[in-house]
Design a protein around this ligand. Structure first.
Ligand code: ZN
Ligand code: ZN
Length: 328
């Protein structure tokens, strides 16, 4: 079995998992052109891919999805809520700023007032009626404007894919000789998940667990007996706190549906991890709020505390280039 991390980090994620007969791409978070380039560098033949699997609909996981899937003419596997969220994301909509919306409401109100002066004057309880009426009109107009706006005219369905297959977290499915178990992850997306891959013939297990706010019991269970583990080590807590992100974004990253810090990943490795992996690949590092050396140090220290995990080799995935394929 083989794992080739083409890209991992807050700016794009994509990994090839290959068994003897099957090859899948997990996430397509770079442009199609860049993904093709990286596959060429890593010696992964794109035409040999059987499917694309999507963990969740955030842009750093789906940026090149539609174009790549159509180019390669291969099916895309999602959970149904993730597919729906992705389709919504791909459907162009006109956005209205709050200020513009207020202006719009005011204009509607004025137009209505001008038309119904007499009627309005006759209605005694104007305050409430007028207010609720305006809101209804505004809501209806906002919707209408969205539909009628020329920008919303979709010339070609941007969310069309050669084929879509649904899976459910917790329910095992197969593609060729690859057995896949998706597991739910705590993250602020429609239906986020990680994957465990097992080759029917080689009894080797590989897992991808990135984009999770903490490590809940179901993820701990999923990550037992894994030979190659791609695990998130997103940010250094101090760098995030002192960093340039707005307060709300910091809160989001730190939340239970955000990302694993170096510290949280270290805690998992020190306390809950069973130590069975030959390779632990640290991934989804933030370029702004982490330094690869800090992530590595934290994970290695966690493992060092547990002597029996010395067989584990810790590596770093990269944002800007594929890492050498890991073959077992
Ligand atoms: Zn995400
Ligand atoms: Zn992500």
């Amino acid at each position: 079995m083989r794992m080739t991390v083409l890209a991992s980090g807050s700016k794009g994620n994509s990994t090839v998992i290959a068994s003897a007969e099957t090859r899948v791409l997990v996430d397509a978070g770079l442009s199609c052109r860049e993904l093709m380039k990286r596959m060429a560098i890593a010696n992964e033949d794109p035409s040999a891919l059987d499917a694309i699997l999507i963990t969740h609909e955030h842009t750093d996981h789906v940026a090149g999805l539609a174009v790549l899937a159509r180019r390669l003419r291969i099916p895309v596997y999602f959970t149904e809520p993730t597919h729906r969220a992705w389709v919504r994301q791909m459907t162009p909509r006109t956005a209205m700023t709050y200020a513009k919306w207020l202006e719009h409401v005011q204009k509607e109100k004025e137009a209505r007032a001008a038309q119904d002066t007499v009627e309005t004057a006759q209605t005694a309880d104007t305050g409430l009626c007028e207010l609720s009426g305006s809101i209804q009109i505004a809501a209806a107009s906002a919707e209408g404007e969205d539909e009628d706006a020329p920008e919303a005219t979709i010339k070609r369905d941007p969310a069309s894919l050669p084929a879509v297959e649904y899976f459910q977290p917790g329910t095992n499915f197969s593609i060729g000789d690859l057995s896949i178990t998706p597991f739910t992850t705590p993250h602020d997306a429609a239906d986020p998940c990680g994957f465990v891959f097992e080759s029917a013939t080689e009894s080797i297990r590989m897992a991808i667990a990135t984009d999770l706010g903490y490590v809940p019991p179901n993820v701990k269970r999923a990550l037992e007996r894994i030979d190659v583990l791609l695990l998130e080590s997103n940010h250094d807590l101090e760098m995030l706190k002192d960093g340039p992100y707005p307060w709300a974004v910091k809160q989001r990253v730190l939340s239970r549906v955000g990302h694993l810090s170096n510290h949280a990943t270290g805690e998992f490795l020190a306390r809950d991890y069973d130590g069975s992996a030959t390779y632990i690949v640290l991934g989804h590092l933030s370029e702004t709020n982490n330094v690869p050396e800090l992530a590595l140090l934290s994970a290695e220290e966690a493992i060092r505390e547990r002597g029996r995990l010395l067989g584990n080799r810790v590596m770093l995935a990269q944002q800007n280039a594929p890492i050498a394929p890991i073959c077992l």
